[in-house]
Write a protein that binds this ligand. Structure first.
Ligand code: PAF
Length: 284
């Protein structure tokens, strides 16, 4: 695996590979890699001739400076994991390389960014759209791989690709979970063993909601889930929403819908976690 830090070098390499007819798969990450990332990397290796992973803890998408400072950075372990899945290139730039000047760019994603993560993390999706656009320009992938755990990010990137006419396919893979049900996330590395057990209750809450979706009104489900999570003292719930899986707008009822997205954000100790589940309605 070749490790590249310079934007000019990654551009040259990718251009040459594209010109020679190679298909490029790209997995953008912020490092602290886990099985969820490895699933995307394996898929990319299967679908494409060349797989590129980027590791860059992007400062512009953190609305909380403490979260940025404490975000796990485990490059040596990451490099070993990338080699184990036969990744061809790791793009590992420094912030000065990516942000040569302060960016004033403003993206607007309309209603999509006014709910959930967009509402609770001001500026977050502007930072995501900025870095993802830059990375797409550098790497020029044929396919880019994202995890469903960041469901709203996937919807934002889909809109970004359309709006800016990026010539690539977005591929989304389901969330990988620990045995307890806890969604794999780089931030889990900041949880103690006990906190991990508690964090698994977020998945339990999603399962609870999924079990009620066809039999109870949306508002009652929300109240029950909120009451369940509020009864666990180590969990501080930020939101629980039942939303349209495409627009991510909250659903008032599920009568005319085939699928719903159950989305949750909560703090366990000082660590903010998100999770979601897509449920089919009126099945069986
Ligand atoms: O999902 C992430 O890890 C990040 O938001 C991404 C897409 C790599 C952009 O920094």
């Amino acid at each position: 695996m070749e490790v590249i830090k310079q934007v000019s070098t990654i551009r040259e390499k990718m251009q040459a590979l594209r010109c020679s007819g190679k298909r490029i798969g790209f997995v953008p990450t912020m490092g602290a890699l886990h099985e969820g990332h490895l699933q995307l990397l394996r898929a990319s290796a299967q679908d494409n001739d060349i797989t590129v992973c980027s590791i860059f803890v992007n400062p512009t998408q953190f609305n909380n400076p403490e979260d940025y400072k404490l975000y796990p950075r485990t490059s040596e372990q990451d490099i070993a994991l990338l080699k184990s899945v036969n990744c061809d290139f790791l793009f590992l730039p420094d912030a000065e390389e990516v942000y040569t000047q302060q960016t004033l760019l403003q993206f607007s994603f309309g209603a999509l960014e006014q709910v959930m993560e967009g509402e609770h993390r001001p500026g977050h999706f502007n930072g995501v759209a900025t870095i993802v656009s830059k990375l797409f320009h550098y790497i020029t992938p044929h396919k880019a791989y994202f995890g469903q755990k960041d469901l709203q990010q996937v919807a934002i990137v889909r809109q970004l690709i359309q709006a800016l006419s990026f010539n690539l396919d977005l591929v989304c893979y389901p969330t990988v979970r620990e045995e307890s049900g806890l969604a794999m996330s780089s931030r889990n590395k900041r949880l103690t063993y006990e906190q991990r057990q508690i964090a698994a209750k977020l998945y339990k809450a999603l399962q609870m909601a999924a079990g009620m979706i066809n039999v109870k009104p949306v508002q009652s489900i929300k109240q029950e889930v909120e009451a369940y999570l509020q009864s666990i003292s180590q969990i501080e719930l930020e939101y629980f929403e039942i939303a349209d899986p495409n627009t991510l707008q909250p659903l008032q009822d599920v009568i005319a819908t085939n699928e719903a997205a159950l989305c949750i954000a909560a703090h366990v100790g000082s660590v903010r976690l998100i999770d979601n589940m897509l449920v089919n309605l009126k099945e069986g």
